[in-house]
Design a protein around this ligand. Structure first.
Ligand code: ASP
Length: 333
């Protein structure tokens, strides 16, 4: 598969203006079976959410606040596999993972395997702000969330019929784990719902030049209970450092973990002197793909350059620089 770095974004000349980029997962495109209505729905939601992040940055808000709010809104939108709309485990439960990182301080917070926290990204943010620890998992993460006054919900809150049907198809086909956007489409989604990765994420640079990244997911359909993917793992599914870059990944989590994908981009920039576009291309096309790592990432570097590369057929994505109209897309340009 060829490169899909979003050159239109990477070549925006007016650098150092605050900018935010978001993703809603990557996967296979079923243009033929796609419904135009559903495509418009996805694009409208992406635009609404990236505009909210842009407004925070335009008002002088921090990159950390902008990515927190963008990911919270993505979690609230059932079109995407995070928060409401999360995929099912093999056992028919939900297990959500999230991570956030502040590029200014390298502070980070992450949670994994939770299923009663309405907005995992807000709890990850709390971990970043108030805990000496970096990651909580399972029951301990939920106790922490309760103690911090986070909104808790019954496990049924995360149920959606579409995701449940997806699990039944995966079990019937004995197809192993599925990325949220992978499989035979029966829904008219722009990206085949059973051959797509549905993780959500946001990266931003604010007016002070600070970078931040956030990622949240339900993981992969039909995953075993207890399985943790790359999304809450710093350096794999999420990374931010003001010295280099902010990254949020989506795709075959196991391969993103094995390649330490997000940090690898930062290392290529810091130690090998690669540009953002070169570094993200190398990781997405040359490191992930040979190991079967399908998906993509969104990235903003310390100069305000944006790259939105993926090696799948499409990725729900958008970016908005303060002062410009947002740009949203699904397929290769
Ligand atoms: N990376 C996520 C995981 O492996 C899946 C996704 O991006 O959809 O849990």
């Amino acid at each position: 598969m060829s490169s899909s770095t979003d050159n239109s974004a990477a070549s925006v000349s007016n650098k150092k203006r605050p900018v935010i980029a978001i993703h809603g997962g990557a996967g296979a495109i079923t243009r033929a079976s796609m419904s135009a209505e559903k495509e418009q729905h996805y694009l409208a939601e992406l635009e609404r959410i990236v505009s909210s992040g842009q407004a925070i940055l335009a008002a002088g808000g921090s990159a950390l606040d902008a990515v927190t709010e963008a990911v919270r809104l993505l979690e609230e939108c059932p079109l995407f596999n995070a928060g409401k709309g999360a995929v099912f485990t093999h056992q028919g439960t939900h297990e959500l993972d999230a991570c956030i990182m502040d590029g200014r301080t390298l502070d980070a917070g992450a949670i994994s395997c939770v299923n009663h926290i309405r907005n995992p990204i807000l709890t990850a943010r709390k971990v970043l702000e108030v805990s000496p620890h970096v990651m909580f998992t399972g029951a301990g993460a939920e106790t922490f969330a309760r103690e911090q006054g986070q909104e808790m919900v019954g496990a049924e809150y995360f149920f959606t019929q579409e995701r449940y049907d997806q699990l039944q198809r995966a079990i019937a086909a004995d197809s192993g784990v599925l990325l949220d956007h992978d499989g035979a489409s029966q829904s008219g989604d722009p990206l085949d719902p059973e051959r797509k990765f549905g993780t959500v994420g946001a990266v931003a640079m604010d007016a002070l030049g600070n970078l931040a990244a956030a990622t949240s997911t339900g993981g992969m359909t039909n995953k075993q209970a207890g399985r943790v993917g790359d999304s809450p793992i710093i350096g794999a599914g999420c990374y931010a450092s003001n010295h280099t870059v902010a990254i949020s990944s989506t795709g075959t989590g196991e391969v993103f973990m094995r390649t330490v994908a997000a940090y690898d981009v930062a290392a290529l920039i810091e130690y090998a002197g690669l540009s953002l576009e070169e570094a993200t291309h190398k990781v997405v096309q040359e490191k992930l793909l040979p190991l079967g790592g399908i998906g993509g990432m969104i990235a903003v570097d310390r100069f305000g350059n944006v790259a939105l590369p993926f090696n799948s057929e499409g990725m729900y994505r958008g970016f908005a620089r303060v002062g410009d109209a947002p740009s949203v897309s699904i397929y290769r340009s």
